[in-house]
Ligand binder design. Structure first.
Ligand SMILES: [Zn+2]
Length: 286
C-alpha cells in the first residue's frame, strides 16, 4: 500500500526496504496495491542496499543524494492454465472430500522452492504415504496443486466454484504454503473455539511425540479461502511449520531447492498425513 499512499503526497517513486530480518543482498518482491491512487513506480531493495542508502541520506558529504531507478516490470495478459488434482477414492463416503493443497506458481525472480514447491510436494506425498501403507481412506482424499496463488488466486477461486457446482462435500481442506520447514502444528480458520478445544483434548497427545501438537485458532491459506463462502461445511486448516527463516528467502532469488531440508520437508508431509488420517477416521465436528 506504500506507493499509493506516498503518491498522494507527491512522491514520484517508492523504494521499499525488503521485509526481512536477514541482512543480505536479496531484494524481496511481492504485491503492490495502489487502490485508487496514481501508479508510481515501486521497487524493493535488499536490506544491505537499504542500509547503504540510509547512510548516504544521513551523510553530510554525499548531499544531494541521487537515485537512479530503471523499472522494466510489466503485467502480461492472462493465459489459460490449470489446477492439477490427484485423488484417492474413499471406500465409504463417495461424495466427501478431504483436500491438501499447495500452489504451482511462483514469483518470476525465484525458483519458488519453499513458496510453494514444498507445499505441492507435501500434498502429493500425503497420497503416496497412504498408498505405501495400503491405507484405504473412508473419504476421498485429494491433493490439489493450485495455479495462480501469487497473482490473484484464480485457481483457488475456480476450485471452490467447481466444488460448489459439483455438490462436493468437503469435510476439511488443508493448505501448506508457509515453507517446508520443521512442522509445529496446524491452525483452524474461523471455527468454533470449542472445536479447537475438542481437537486438543482428543488429538494433541497423539501428535505430541513428534512436536507437531500446536493446534490453535488462526489462518489457513489463500488457495482454500474461497471454499469458505462456497462450501459452508468445510473446515479450513493451515499447516504451520517453524517459519522463523521463511522471510529470509520468501519471494527472493534465494528461494531455491538447495535451501530445502529434506528431513524437515518429509516430517511436514508425515504430520499432514497424520492429521488427514485422524480426520478421515474420526471426522471433524463437535
Ligand atoms: Zn505461497
Amino acid at each position: 500500500m506504500g506507493p499509493g499512499a506516498a503518491a498522494k503526497y507527491g512522491a514520484v517513486a517508492v523504494i521499499v526496504r525488503s521485509l526481512t530480518s536477514a541482512l543480505d543482498d536479496y531484494p524481496h518482491t511481492g504485491n503492490t496495491n495502489y487502490g485508487n491512487n496514481p501508479k508510481i513506480p515501486a521497487a524493493a531493495i535488499s536490506t544491505i542496499a537499504a542500509n547503504k542508502l540510509s547512510e548516504l541520506l544521513k551523510s553530510k558529504v554525499a548531499q544531494p543524494v541521487q537515485f537512479y531507478l530503471k523499472d522494466n516490470c510489466q503485467m502480461l495478459p492472462d493465459v489459460l492454465s490449470y489446477n492439477v488434482v490427484g485423488e484417492i477414492k474413499g471406500t465409504e463416503n463417495n461424495n466427501k472430500y478431504i483436500t491438501i493443497g499447495g500452489h504451482l506458481d511462483s514469483w518470476d525472480l525465484a525458483e519458488g522452492a519453499h513458496d510453494d514447491g514444498t507445499g505441492v510436494m507435501q500434498s502429493a506425498e500425503v497420497l503416496r504415504i497412504f498408498k505405501a501403507l495400503s491405507y484405504k481412506p473412508k473419504n476421498n482424499i485429494r491433493a490439489v496443486f493450485f495455479m495462480n496463488e501469487e497473482n490473484g488466486h484464480k485457481g483457488g477461486t475456480k476450485y471452490a466454484e467447481l466444488a460448489a457446482q459439483n455438490h462436493e462435500n468437503h469435510i476439511a481442506a488443508i493448505e501448506t504454503d508457509e515453507g517446508g520447514f520443521t512442522p509445529r502444528g496446524f491452525s483452524f480458520d474461523g471455527v468454533n473455539p470449542a472445536l479447537v478445544q475438542k481437537v486438543n483434548v482428543q488429538w494433541k497427545k497423539l501428535l505430541e511425540p513428534y512436536e507437531v501438537d500446536h493446534l490453535i485458532p488462526g489462518g489457513s491459506g489463500t488457495d482454500i479461502e474461497p471454499l469458505k463462502s462456497q462450501v459452508p461445511s468445510v473446515i479450513l486448516i493451515g499447516f504451520r511449520p517453524d517459519s522463523q527463516r521463511y522471510f529470509d528467502i520468501h519471494h527472493t532469488p534465494n528461494d531455491i531447492f538447495e535451501n530445502v531440508n529434506k528431513r524437515e520437508l518429509e516430517l511436514g508431509a508425515a504430520s499432514i498425513a497424520s492429521l488427514v488420517y485422524l480426520i478421515d477416521q474420526h471426522g471433524l465436528s463437535l
